[in-house]
Write a protein that binds this ligand. Structure first.
Ligand code: F6P
Length: 498
């Protein structure tokens, strides 16, 4: 499956219905930068995955306009055609006040649902006023989607946990809409979910979908179990469906992916070659002569960044012969910094890097380089190509697309992927060096194993992983959603009394 085939396939099965994608994060933010307006692609796995599909298929993407210059570039209907140089789809921006952003995005979405769904021992914070704002903002998105649908047959494809109430709101207004949603983060077990104070309303919102997708079967099972105990509905464990209000919601795993061919081609381009040179210069001369351990993440406590730094330090302590021969370069995109836990994590990283460098450094070598900035797509690809070892040490993650980006970028069949066993990607790539990021000793040993892995083994592992990824690209993911949508009329025959 590729972009062209997906476009043809979707045109065939949607019978002229309009496609409307909805997410909190927009695919392109316009920022004021020194008197000019700059288009920025946000650091988001969701955007990396969805953008190629929307570009291929066309349609409208409804999202929060969060860039400082976003209002300056839209038309009177708050729309802009993207990409600006060769438009392929429409972005419709939804404006939120500071108070709405605080309650809905920072509060309910990222201080309550994010830690609730990622079991990393970070206590969720619940606030009734955040919940009220979350409900209102979901209604605002509903109004915008209905406006964009203009009463026509439409397929609404909702992304993520920011918009859990949207499916029911849409269903109540337009029962004829086809609605599907993909939950990009894990779904916790029912005991963990039980503490969420507005659980029934949230589940009812999600059961407004025709299709609800998670990355892996385990998250689907957790969801079905949560529904079974948490709300009046009939769960059909044989067909993975839930019946509520006379309609089924199909609950299935859809492991998300990347545009394999595009990344492979871009990673070999002259632009990425130039970026490699630029990055090496930024790392410093001594670093460029060492073997590189690379991390590329948003600064988020789920990503296990302090854990990898500590393990790297432990490896250096156990193997003094590596001093001056290895460097850990961490590309770190600032994220959600209005939340205290994220600010604390930033401080912790500064302290840790300082401590580790002070402990092991020599006159012309420092073991860790923390590159805190928004790094664009080409910089990340350049870092992937430079990496001897890519570190993906998340404490818990739905998929962790950076692992797939790395595999796609390594058309040279080199580079070791060190991968947390608590990521969705770990289910697919057993040839990665698997780690438990909570275990510092095992992680340090794994880093060393990755360092000493012979070239032939590195190549064999990469050669096995790349075809697996090539068979399951983001276009296959998109097609699978629409295939499932096609079987809906038959599924609807199973309407139950709930
Ligand atoms: O994949 C989960 C997710 O929350 C996406 O929805 C989001 O775009 C990405 O992580 C980055 O987070 P944020 O949009 O909050 O910067």
């Amino acid at each position: 499956m590729n972009a062209i085939k997906l476009k043809e396939y979707i045109a065939r099965v949607t019978h002229g219905a309009k496609l409307i994608v909805v997410s909190n994060r927009e695919p392109c933010m316009h920022e004021n930068a020194g008197g000019a307006i700059k288009a920025v692609r946000p650091a988001s796995g969701m955007v990396t995955a969805l953008e190629p599909i929307v570009r291929a298929v066309g349609g409208t993407w409804v999202a929060h306009g969060s860039g400082s210059a976003d209002r300056a570039v839209v038309d009177s209907c708050n729309r802009i055609r993207l990409p600006e140089e060769r438009p392929e789809y429409v972005l419709r921006r939804v404006w939120l006040s500071r108070k709405e952003e605080d309650g809905y995005y920072y509060g309910l979405s990222n201080e309550a649902l994010w830690p609730l769904c990622h079991i990393v021992y970070m206590r969720p914070q619940f606030s009734r006023s955040d919940w009220e704002i979350y409900k209102n903002v979901n209604q605002r998105f509903c109004d915008a989607v209905l406006e964009e649908a203009e009463g026509n047959p439409s397929i609404i494809f909702i992304q993520d946990y920011h918009l859990a109430l949207l499916p029911r709101l849409l269903r109540n207004s337009r029962p004829d809409l086809k609605i599907m949603q993909f939950w990009h983060i894990p779904w916790p077990n029912r005991e963990a979910f039980r503490i969420f104070p507005w659980g029934e309303e949230l589940l009812d919102g999600l059961l407004g979908n025709d299709i609800l997708g998670f990355h892996i079967q385990y998250h689907c099972n957790n969801f079905l179990d949560t529904v079974d105990r948490g709300i009046e509905a009939r769960v059909d464990y044989e067909r993975f469906q839930v019946f509520r209000g006379g309609r089924p919601t199909i609950v299935r795993p859809f492991p998300i992916s990347v545009d394999f061919e595009q990344i492979a081609a871009d990673a070999k381009s002259s632009l990425v070659t130039a970026r490699k040179k630029r990055l090496l210069k930024a790392f410093g001369e001594a670093t460029s002569k060492t073997r590189l351990f690379v991390g590329a993440d948003r600064i988020d406590y789920t990503k296990g960044i302090p854990e990898r730094l500590r393990a790297f330090s432990l490896m250096l302590q156990r193997h003094p012969e590596l001093h001056g021969k290895v460097t850990l370069v961490q590309l770190a995109a600032p994220s959600r910094t209005h939340i205290e836990t994220y600010r604390n994590l930033n401080d912790e990283l500064d302290d840790l890097v300082d401590e580790i460098n002070w402990k092991h450094m020599s006159e012309d070598w420092a073991p860790v380089r923390l590159m805190r900035a928004h790094h664009d797509y080409y910089d990340v690809l350049a870092a992937h190509r430079l990496a001897d070892v890519l570190l993906v040490t998340s404490l818990h993650d739905g998929m962790n697309l950076v692992a797939k980006e790395f595999i796609a970028a390594r058309s040279d069949n080199d580079g070791v992927l060190l991968l947390s066993q608590y990521t969705g990607a770990a289910r697919e790539f057993t040839d990665a060096v698997m780690v438990n990021p909570f275990d510092p000793d095992q992680l340090a040993d794994a880093l060393y194993d990755a360092y000493i892995m012979p070239e032939t083994e590195r190549t064999q592992r990469m050669r096995r992983m790349r075809p697996l990824l090539a068979k399951n690209t983001i276009y296959n993911w998109g097609a699978k959603f629409f295939e499932t949508l096609e079987c809906l009329p038959t599924c609807e025959k199973n309407v139950s009394s709930f």
